[in-house]
Write a new protein. Structure first.
Length: 231
């Protein structure tokens, strides 16, 4: 039993199998009690997925997202169990499992909401952390602020107030000729389809009907797909 093991710090065991995700707080002298299960029936139909784990010590919160969708949030009523600084991955099933593109980064405590912009919308939609919305045209980011033009004029919005940006849907990357398209996979798990204008050490210049001209840091792109198939 764990009581007979050498001393260890408290931790959370997130158990993932072919149909569910479980969360188990583990402390040496505390009985084991699961905090709840999330059923993921689509797991059986896939050979790969992108998993994200979120932790907020102040809120005693643990959450799991699969392929960009949050499937479960847990609140530990007995306090935050995690006391260490490491991560351990253990495979207890049969067969081989490949784990790749591991990243650990700071989280601001916000979850990305589902898109609400209607198909065919001509304006960009900016959602703020206080649930206000701005509809108009996103012109770019400068000096830590998002420049948005609405019917009432131009507004520089501090980035720490921006929760989510949904581009206009009347023009999408699908409007570009197939031979000009490429899909970039970024280090945060996001993807963008665009036309590549220039790649240099000082930035990657891209263009798309959905967001116009943009420059990205080359180090933020981990993979490129040329001529991705139209879906």
């Amino acid at each position: 039993t764990k009581e007979n093991e050498p001393d260890f710090s408290g931790f959370y065991s997130i158990q993932v199998n072919s149909y569910s995700v479980n969360l188990l707080p583990v402390k040496k002298h505390t009985p084991l009690t699961y905090l709840g299960q999330a059923t993921v029936p689509s797991f059986r139909k896939k050979t790969k997925s992108r998993l994200e784990f979120f932790a907020n010590k102040a809120q005693r919160l643990i959450a799991v997202a699969i392929d960009g969708k949050v499937i479960r949030k847990w609140i530990d009523a007995k306090g935050f169990t995690g006391e260490g600084t490491g991560i351990r991955i253990v495979h207890q099933g049969r067969g081989a499992v490949r784990v790749s593109n591991l990243r650990v980064e700071e989280w601001d405590g916000r979850f990305k909401g589902p898109p609400t912009h209607p198909i065919g919308a001509k304006d960009d939609l900016v959602k703020l952390i206080n649930n206000d919305r701005m509809q108009g045209r996103v012109n770019g980011i400068e000096g830590g602020k998002l420049n948005v033009t609405t019917v009432e004029g131009g507004f520089p919005v501090p980035l720490d107030r921006v929760k989510q940006i949904e581009p206009a849907t009347s023009k999408t990357a699908a409007d570009m000729p197939l031979e000009h398209r490429m899909r970039a996979h970024f280090s945060d798990g996001s993807r963008l389809t665009f036309k590549l204008n220039r790649w240099a050490t000082d930035g990657v210049e891209a263009q798309s009907p959905s967001f116009g001209n943009a420059t990205f840091k080359s180090g933020s792109i981990i993979r490129l797909e040329f001529q991705p198939p139209k879906k």
